[in-house]
Design a binder for this molecule. Structure first.
Ligand SMILES: [Zn+2]
Length: 268
């Protein structure tokens, strides 16, 4: 049983939804994929029917606020569960070395002294680099450099059951260097914003993010079977799904998904 629980779909700072986060579930094991921007991660997990105590693996793509800072309350919750004897084992975090330094600093300076030892004992960091492979939640994961121009950033490829695979490409357009890897993938999680609002986007944003049309055309060329569009702006969120699907359908022949926060996607 393989599912992807979408906790948050929004980019940057969001008032109308939660920022980027999801949980990949494989049987009774869970991988948190980015943590969104804050405390609301705990509520999103609860609303999804997921228990923090069941999660032992976390992947963080990069250090930006909308992906990283939810990790702080998530760890704090785990340290509390340990005190209550409700969390067993270790928490494995897969991230770049700078992220470990940032999280170590925040925890050292903002958590009560009584949590410091248990944090060091419980959290195991795996410092990732392009091409490294790990076994986790019953899958093989291979780290992929996203070649982001904004910060060090990684994504991954996971080999799912039934010879299928899933790529997470962080919050940047699929880089040319990754076309051969991503080609023919069964599932791709990709960022984007509205094609029709291209003119409203700043020059910087347009360099580091894609329109619905751009990403659908590119993923169609790469013969992707299932494309999940997320990491979007949070305005007019009520009509986002219909608008994105309408904007993308002429350019993509596979299955196009535009999840709302708390949607669950069946990967079987
Ligand atoms: Zn982002």
């Amino acid at each position: 049983m393989q599912k992807f629980y979408v906790l948050g779909t929004c980019a940057g700072v969001a008032e109308n939804g939660y920022t980027l986060s999801g949980v990949l579930k494989h049987n009774d094991k869970y991988l948190l994929v980015d943590a969104g921007g804050g405390m609301q991660i705990l509520r999103q997990l609860k609303l999804s029917g997921l228990r923090v105590g069941d999660i032992h693996d976390v992947f963080i793509s990069h250090k930006h606020i909308d992906h990283l800072l939810g990790l702080i309350p998530f760890i704090r919750k785990i340290l509390t569960l340990i005190r209550l004897n409700e969390y067993e084992g270790k928490l494995n975090i897969y991230c770049d070395k700078e992220i470990k330094e940032i999280v170590d600093y925040i925890i050292k300076t903002t958590f009560h002294d009584s949590f410091q030892e248990v944090y060091k004992e419980t959290v195991i960091y795996h410092l990732i680099e392009d091409g490294q492979e790990y076994e986790l939640i019953g899958y093989k994961m291979k780290i992929v450099d996203t070649y982001s121009i904004a910060s060090v950033q990684f994504g991954f490829e996971i080999e799912l059951e039934n010879n299928k695979n899933l790529f997470y490409l962080g919050d940047v357009p699929c880089a040319l260097q990754n076309y051969d890897k991503v080609k023919n993938a069964d599932w791709v999680l990709h960022e984007c914003f509205y094609t029709s609002e291209k003119n409203k986007i700043t020059e910087l944003v347009s360099k580091v993010h894609s329109t619905v049309e751009d990403v659908c055309k590119k993923m169609n060329q790469l013969e992707i079977k299932n494309l999940i569009l997320w990491h979007t702006l949070d305005y007019e969120i009520e009509t986002r799904k219909q608008r994105f699907l309408a904007e993308g359908k002429d350019f993509f022949d596979g299955n196009l998904y535009v999840p709302d926060d708390l949607d669950v996607i069946d990967l079987d």
